[in-house]
Design a protein around this ligand. Sequence first.
Ligand SMILES: NC(=O)c1ccc[n+]([C@@H]2O[C@H](COP(=O)([O-])OP(=O)(O)OC[C@H]3O[C@@H](n4cnc5c(N)ncnc54)[C@H](O)[C@@H]3O)[C@@H](O)[C@H]2O)c1
Length: 296
Amino acid sequence: MEPTVDTAVETGAHQDPQAGTPVGAKAVADGGGGGGGGGAGRVAVVLGGASGIGRATAEVLAAHGYQVVVADRDGTLAAEVASGLGKPHESATADVTDEASVAGLFDGVHDRLGRLDAVVNSAGIGSLGLIADQSLEEFRAVVDVSLTGGFLVAKHAGRHLGRGGVLVSLSSLNARQPGVGLAAYCSAKAGLSMLTQVAALEFAERGIRVNAIAPGLVTTPLTAPAATIPGITEDYLANTPLGRAGTPEEIAQAALYLCSDAAAWITGEVLDINGGAHMLRYPNMLTHLARAFGDS
Ligand SMILES: NC(=O)c1ccc[n+]([C@@H]2O[C@H](COP(=O)([O-])OP(=O)(O)OC[C@H]3O[C@@H](n4cnc5c(N)ncnc54)[C@H](O)[C@@H]3O)[C@@H](O)[C@H]2O)c1
């Protein structure tokens, strides 16, 4: 899939090349380098930016001065999100499982906007099925988006991120906490967490930081279907010390922090944000499914 870019919105507002003022100096100049975000003059790409956590991240980065490219497999929804952000933000259609699409996205952003400072990869899909029953096709689809997609984004964003650049990926509580019926998702996210650390090692000498956020249950279109099955949410929250699900905005604030100069000494980190759920146990989703729908 070739990436398509919605250039209907103006893109020329922040075209100073990366060779100019050091990023940190620019952030201090706009008053945000100390943790307030510091995005003025910086370009951010948010993959999976059309929905849920990605959408909230695009909104938070834009609110803190970043020029945001909202990229998603669903280009129509991405364009709606970008248009809600207004100028100079823009959208692109891109599929993280397709190397030409990912390469074209980052080449295009760099060519047109002259720089790339931050990338947040929130693209992800879920699946639920016992190993004995799951098709190879479904297993591969989940691994393809979360793990292979993470590799392709690191590879091609890494070619354009300059010194001070940042990559943040969305891993999951399931990278460290196994769940029945979640072999594909858990394996893919565990791989993504390890990929994050390898990329952090490889990119460090170029001054690029690579981190991941591992959320627990966050209310988004991804989790809405499972939440309708009686017992799942209750069981999950009973194993969450803070007793509630997270919001997309809470994850977006962490992404903002990791992108900022306040996090300048953080790399190779997988940040758990889950109300403390990593200290307890993951619910058995299939028990609830069996109760709701029977064993068939
Ligand atoms: N919501 C949660 O509880 C939760 C918990 C832990 C981790 N996560 C992870 O956070 C990320 C965001 O999840 P969300 O809840 O916001 O989901 P979401 O479904 O609301 O958003 C995911 C976005 O990714 C896009 N996408 C899917 N496949 C893509 C592809 N191949 N290329 C480009 N874009 C693609 C979708 O179109 C969608 O816009 C995912 O990686 C997910 O696994 C979510």
